[in-house]
Write a protein that binds this ligand. Structure first.
Ligand SMILES: Cc1cc2nc3c(=O)[nH]c(=O)nc-3n(C[C@H](O)[C@H](O)[C@H](O)COP(=O)(O)OP(=O)(O)OC[C@H]3O[C@@H](n4cnc5c(N)ncnc54)[C@H](O)[C@@H]3O)c2cc1C
Length: 326
């Protein structure tokens, strides 16, 4: 069986790696690039997917949250948050896919012609045959557009790299003027700091951190129920499926996990949507509800201030790290 995967970010590269041992897998990627990203990922992904750990730039055992001039240290309770450089991380995942037997081709998917995928390779138009097509082409999915499916719901984020503001760990800012309805952030990246905000508050963040940088804008999915993740023999994974955790806006881990769920569903002839819902629907729904509550100033105040209490902090960390209500 021929599987064609469009997009070789974390989702596409992982799907290719996991399917290559059983099927004829071709992976199409438009370019080598360093995707705008904080690069924060649960460190357990390295063991779960046997990813070489030498690409981890920082391994953090605490983060901080700042709100109303108070900074609170959040202990990760024995777990770690890893920081990776996205160009290196994505390339490593692509290398693993190739080692597993997937063919990697640089080209840009443009649409469908006679039930084949049309890919531009060095200005030449090539048609690819497939039995299954996996769309892992990110938040602006061209495959989704080509199928006339509604786009993934999304929000603009602003992001920049700076050397003017140094951090030892990931800092999260919850004041509305810095992070809008969500949050702003500053993550360590070797000699630089990556800073960003969800929504339109980036200028205020720069003023607050006393840095002068030009941001890049990039979309991030805002998950909601009923995003279609399959149409006939075409499946969507990662950002192209909207699989970014509400509130935390963590996408790397969940894009890799959605690829795993899909690979497993294909191998075992299971329904992908049902399998994804079984594994993640409850967590995503719960976090979506928290995200909505956090938009109300009184509740935002209560929920963030509650993080100073050890028990509440532990509960939040467990939820964030995917350990459920422990
Ligand atoms: C500013 C910002 C900060 C973020 N910070 C974090 C963070 O710290 N931690 C975290 O977990 N998540 C973070 N995210 C989210 C995370 O980046 C995404 O959820 C994650 O990259 C999704 O992986 P993916 O493989 O689904 O999509 P992508 O990483 O977007 O990969 C899709 C790939 O497909 C390629 N492609 C697109 N169209 C085509 C085409 N037509 N033909 C061929 N190839 C194509 C693209 O070049 C791309 O490499 C952040 C997002 C943003 C915007």
């Amino acid at each position: 069986m021929k599987i064609l995967i469009i997009g070789a970010g974390p989702a596409g590269a992982t799907a290719a790696r996991l399917l290559a041992e059983n099927f004829d897998v071709t992976l199409i990627q438009d370019r080598e690039w360093d995707k705008p990203c904080g690069g924060g990922v649960k460190s357990k992904i390295f063991d779960e997917f046997n990813i070489p750990k030498d690409i981890i730039k920082h391994l953090l055992n605490y983060v901080t949250i700042e709100f109303k001039n108070k900074k609170t240290k959040i202990d990760l309770q024995g777990d770690n948050l890893a920081i990776v450089k996205r160009d290196e991380f994505d390339k490593t995942l692509r290398d693993l896919a190739q080692k597993a037997g997937a063919k990697l081709i640089y080209g840009k998917f443009k649409g469908f012609e006679n039930k084949k995928a049309l890919v531009n390779i060095n200005s030449e138009k090539i048609l690819f045959d497939y039995d299954i097509l996996i769309a892992a082409d990110g938040v602006n999915s061209t495959v989704r557009k080509a199928l006339n499916l509604p786009p993934v719901p999304k929000i603009i984020t602003h992001y920049a790299r700076t050397q003017e503001y140094k951090v030892d760990t990931c800092e999260f800012f919850f004041d509305k003027k810095l992070g809008g309805d969500y949050y702003a952030w500053a993550f360590p990246h070797e000699d630089k700091t990556h800073i960003g905000s969800v929504g339109e508050s980036f200028d205020n963040l720069c003023k607050y951190l006393n840095v002068d940088v030009k941001p890049k804008g990039y979309f991030i999915p805002t998950w909601q129920e009923n995003i279609q993740i399959q149409k006939d023999n075409i499946y969507f994974v990662g950002d192209a499926a909207g699989h970014v955790m509400p509130l935390s806006f963590e996408g790397i881990y969940y894009s890799i996990k959605s690829a795993e769920i899909l690979a497993n569903a294909i191998k075992n002839n299971l329904d992908y949507t049902t399998e994804w819902n079984k594994r993640f629907y409850k967590e995503f729904k719960f976090m979506k509800q928290l995200e909505i509550l956090m938009k109300k100033p009184i509740l935002r105040d209560l929920m963030i201030k509650a993080q100073t209490f050890n028990k509440i902090q532990k509960l939040s960390v467990n939820l964030w790290l995917g350990k459920g209500f422990k």
